[in-house]
Every structure is written in structure tokens, then in C-alpha cells.
Design a protein around this ligand. Structure first.
Ligand SMILES: [Zn+2]
Ligand SMILES: [Zn+2]
Length: 303
């Protein structure tokens, strides 16, 4: 099953020809998820060969233009191109009103349902789950109400080591119990679960944390996350500006990654003042070594 993140836009504020503004595509065990939708996202989806009619879920962090202005165009194109399947949009309060109003005054009638789920919380909160994934909203600290999102793969049944079935003459009930993680208890002995099941693969997880001041408690909410995207709009040379505008520096992003015990850190949402990203990388690397600055079109496997 694919577990893959594709960066569609990695810049901030204004899209340009080198970097789009924030948007990411997450294929999480065939759940097709768009995270943020800055202006031009539908073109970035085409450019990086993501079939946008197959998107099922959209998660919007906040209502600054560089994170949602692409939604009108994308949704309009979906309708013009014959979409009939529902699209679920998770977003802070206000987006539904803005989108519905826009379509109302422009007399656009969509041929599919837009379902809005308002995200409103002051603590880490589970906002969506199915049999394979759970998604948490993470309230961030920014000039607008803003949420990060944590995507966790759910635990699955264990796989049985087939050679052990014969060896221990396991019954069907015993196999099912072992798959659930239980030991096999017999009158004369207990067979530990680890003797008959295969070691499970580590579960995938991805945290998307954009547009936020440095908030140390964020690390507790994303403990041991495997892949962390954290904004690094500035370097420490612009620490004051970062504070004033509700953003983070590359060093602060690295501090979150190390405190969380993340496996890998990817940085984005760069201010356009940085023509290249080496200064941001140099600042983060001494604190957290497994870090890189993302480019549009780059992909990451979550496993
Ligand atoms: Zn932004
Ligand atoms: Zn913002």
C-alpha cells in the first residue's frame, strides 16, 4: 500500500515560478489527501502527475491566502471536468462560508457535494479515523486560527509465522488470538505471542506543522513521529520578524524535531528573501542531523 507524501508547493506568501505556495499531496494507504491548497495548486497537481479527481479529503491549516486561495479554482475545475464524488474538507471556521458565498454570487452550481468539517480545538484532538488512519488536529500559534495535522497509521492484526502453525499445532481460535496480540494459553503451558507472530513493521506517521511560532509543547503532541514537516520561514537572523509574524526559524524547527524524537525533518514555507536554502539548512543541521529543505515536486516515502 502506498504511503507517500508529495510536496506541491514549498514557498510562502506569494507563488512564483520556482516555488508554489503551500500544498501537499498525501497518499496514505490509498486515502488521497490534499493538505493546504495555495493559489495555483491545481497546476502543481497536474505538473507532478497527481490525479485531482481522485482526491477524497482536504485539510486546510488556516485562512491565509497562501494556504487556501487555490481551493476555488480546484473545486471549480473538478466540477467542470465532471466530478460527482463527494469531497470532504476539514478547515477552521469561516472557510465554508467563504467558499459557499463565492459560488453563490458567481452562480456556480457544483455537481458534487462539498462536505465541510469545522476544526475548532485548543488541544490535540482526533478529528477523523477509519480502519487504517487517524488524523489529529494540532492547534498552532499564528496570527490567524491555525492547525497542524498529524496522520497516524493504525495498528493492524499481527501476521502469524506460518512455520509455527504446524510446530505448535495451532487451532483456528489460537491463531485468531495470536493475531490480536494475545499469548496462546494451554493447560500445560503458555506460548508467548512473540514465538508465533512476525515482528510488525513500524507504523507510518506524518506531522504537518505550518505557520506557527515556536511552541515547545508541540513536540509532546507528535512524539516519535516518523516524518515531520515544520515551517522554517526565517533563519535566526530574522528572529524578531519570525516572532512578530507568528513564524518559526530553522533552528526552532530543529528543536521541535529533536524534542519530539522525530525520524526525519523536512523544512518548508520559506520566505522569498532566501534565494537558496543553504542558510536555513546550516542552521538546523547541528541540532537535528536528518533534515532537508524541500523543493516542489519532491516525494517522501513514509515507510
Ligand atoms: Zn503561510
Ligand atoms: Zn499564515
Amino acid at each position: 500500500m502506498p504511503l507517500k507524501l508529495t510536496i506541491l508547493g514549498s514557498g510562502s506568501a506569494v507563488p512564483n515560478l520556482n516555488r508554489g505556495v503551500t500544498a501537499q499531496f498525501l497518499n496514505f494507504n490509498e486515502r488521497r489527501i490534499l493538505i493546504d491548497c495555495g493559489e495555483g495548486t491545481q497546476l502543481q497537481l497536474r505538473r507532478f502527475k497527481v490525479k485531482f479527481q481522485r482526491l477524497q479529503y482536504v485539510f486546510i491549516s488556516h485562512l491565509h491566502g497562501d494556504h487556501f486561495l487555490g481551493l476555488f479554482g480546484l473545486v471549480s475545475s473538478m466540477s467542470l471536468l465532471g466530478r460527482t464524488k463527494k469531497l470532504k474538507i476539514f478547515a477552521p471556521e469561516g472557510l465554508e462560508e467563504v467558499v459557499r458565498h463565492q459560488f453563490k454570487v458567481t452562480n456556480v452550481y457544483l455537481d458534487f457535494e462539498l462536505e465541510f468539517i469545522t476544526v475548532k480545538t485548543k488541544a490535540k484532538t482526533l478529528i477523523f479515523e477509519d480502519n487504517s488512519i487517524e488524523v489529529y488536529a494540532l492547534p498552532l500559534k499564528h496570527r490567524a486560527e491555525c492547525y497542524g495535522y498529524l496522520f497516524n497509521e493504525k495498528e493492524k492484526d499481527l501476521n502469524i509465522d506460518k512455520s509455527r502453525i504446524k510446530e505448535f499445532k495451532l487451532t483456528l481460535d489460537e491463531i485468531l488470538a495470536a493475531k490480536r496480540g494475545e499469548d496462546v494459553e494451554r493447560k500445560d503451558k503458555v506460548i508467548p505471542n512473540s514465538d508465533i507472530t512476525l515482528t510488525p513493521e513500524p507504523l507510518a506517521s506524518y506531522a504537518f506543522c505550518t505557520d506557527t511560532s515556536y511552541i515547545p509543547h508541540l513536540a509532546d503532541w507528535i512524539k516519535n513521529v516518523r516524518l515531520l514537516y515544520h515551517e522554517a520561514t526565517f533563519t535566526n537572523a530574522h528572529l524578531k520578524r519570525a516572532k512578530a509574524t507568528g513564524h518559526s526559524t530553522a533552528e526552532q524547527a530543529a528543536l521541535i524535531a529533536i524534542a519530539a524524537g522525530a525520524e526525519q525533518l523536512i523544512l518548508g514555507h520559506f520566505s522569498s528573501r532566501y534565494k537558496e536554502t543553504s542558510a536555513l539548512l546550516e542552521e538546523a543541521k547541528p541540532i537535528f542531523d536528518k533534515v532537508l529543505c524541500v523543493e516542489d515536486g519532491q516525494s517522501f516515502h513514509l515507510k
